[in-house]
Design a protein around this ligand. Structure first.
Ligand SMILES: [Zn+2]
Length: 345
């Protein structure tokens, strides 16, 4: 069994030669994720040392494992130390939308606030749960192609229309929120009944981004054609970004033609993803951005360990290598693209 330290936070990478922007991260999820990793490792370590730990125990005081649960200020400082001085915080369920709004308001005018802009939406995997209607109950839930039964949370008692209206109200009142996202479609987690609700939700978010002249951040999982169809039929917002782009060179050509932006996350560094690297080579660098999607999708060679914006340099270096551009040029161009898409920080 690996030592706990080896499953925790990776060491900080070498600092970038110029500043970079993480254009998609979930600060609300980083601390809970780290907490979860720490709890699991405490149990594993206690068992390794021969302690008896009841199944399901998640609060092990028997051993301490050295995994930090960082505050937002810690995350921002760690990122700045390696050149990642700005980021877009994405809140994509009703609780996270409020969390994002509060964070941006509470940090306004501080150094931490200066590093942050926001994006909010009802995620495609959330939309069907809101869309079940006022009598939503566990027995109406649908198991998705991923084989998992979703969990209903108190926030899902709000109807989808009301949830999207709440997103719109938050965006209108907060000038630091500059994107609608992540929205889109996800055929991996959603079964056929949910897909129609998901499509309707996506269309409503597209309309909102256009109405407010904001950027759109798209989540597309196993749904390339469905997402493209909606964008072409309804008309894509001026600044449309595929977050954690997962398509191939052919799809990148469509994006290039349409003037859409592709944001690359940790998977561009995974050995199996030649398609993604081919897509990156198709795109003009001024329509490419970089992101962590933290705490998920930790770049190679740290797959499976927690992620945070300070690990973005690994992805920036991969983009430089694949596109054959100097590293400082990639930092400069992707940063100015982020500024063009989301406005000034
Ligand atoms: Zn995300």
């Amino acid at each position: 069994m690996p030592k706990p330290r080896e499953r925790g936070w990776p060491a900080a990478p070498e600092a970038l030669p110029a500043v970079a922007v993480d254009n998609h991260t979930h600060l609300d999820a980083i601390a809970p994720y780290a907490q979860g990793v720490r709890d699991r490792l405490r149990v594993a370590e206690a068992r390794r040392r021969g302690h008896e730990v009841p199944a399901g125990a998640d609060d092990m005081d028997l051993v301490e494992v050295p995994i930090r649960v960082p505050s937002v200020a810690d995350v921002v400082a760690d990122a700045a130390a390696v050149g990642v001085t700005r980021m877009v915080q994405v809140g994509c369920d009703l609780d996270a939308v409020r969390w994002t709004d509060d964070l941006l308001n509470e940090t306004a005018g501080t150094a931490v606030g200066g590093a942050l802009l926001g994006a909010v939406a009802i995620h495609p995997n959330e939309a069907p749960l809101h869309g079940l209607g006022p009598d939503a109950a566990e027995d109406r839930l649908e198991i998705g192609p991923d084989g998992l039964l979703p969990t209903l949370e108190p926030r899902h008692a709000t109807s989808l229309d009301d949830a999207i209206a709440q997103v719109a109200a938050v965006v209108r009142a907060n000038p630091r929120i500059r994107a609608i996202g992540e929205t889109g479609m996800d055929l991996f987690r959603t079964g056929p009944r949910g897909v129609e609700i998901q499509r309707a939700s996506f269309r409503a978010h597209v309309a909102l981004a256009k109405e407010l002249d904001l950027a759109l951040q798209i989540h597309d999982r196993d749904a390339h054609q469905e997402v493209i169809d909606v964008l072409l039929a309804d008309g894509a917002p001026e600044r449309t970004v595929f977050h954690c782009f997962s398509g191939d060179a052919e799809m990148a050509r469509i994006a290039r033609e349409q003037g859409w932006y592709l944001s690359f996350a940790g998977p561009v560094s995974f050995a199996a993803n030649d398609d993604l690297r081919a897509a990156l080579r198709v795109m003009p660098l001024d329509h490419v951005m970089v992101e962590t999607d933290a705490p998920f999708l930790t770049p190679h060679p740290y797959r499976g360990r927690p992620n945070a914006p300070y690990l973005l340099p690994h992805t920036v270096r991969t983009v430089a290598k694949v596109s054959g551009m100097p590293l400082d040029e990639v930092c400069r161009v992707t940063s100015s693209t982020a500024q063009r898409v989301y406005g000034d920080w």
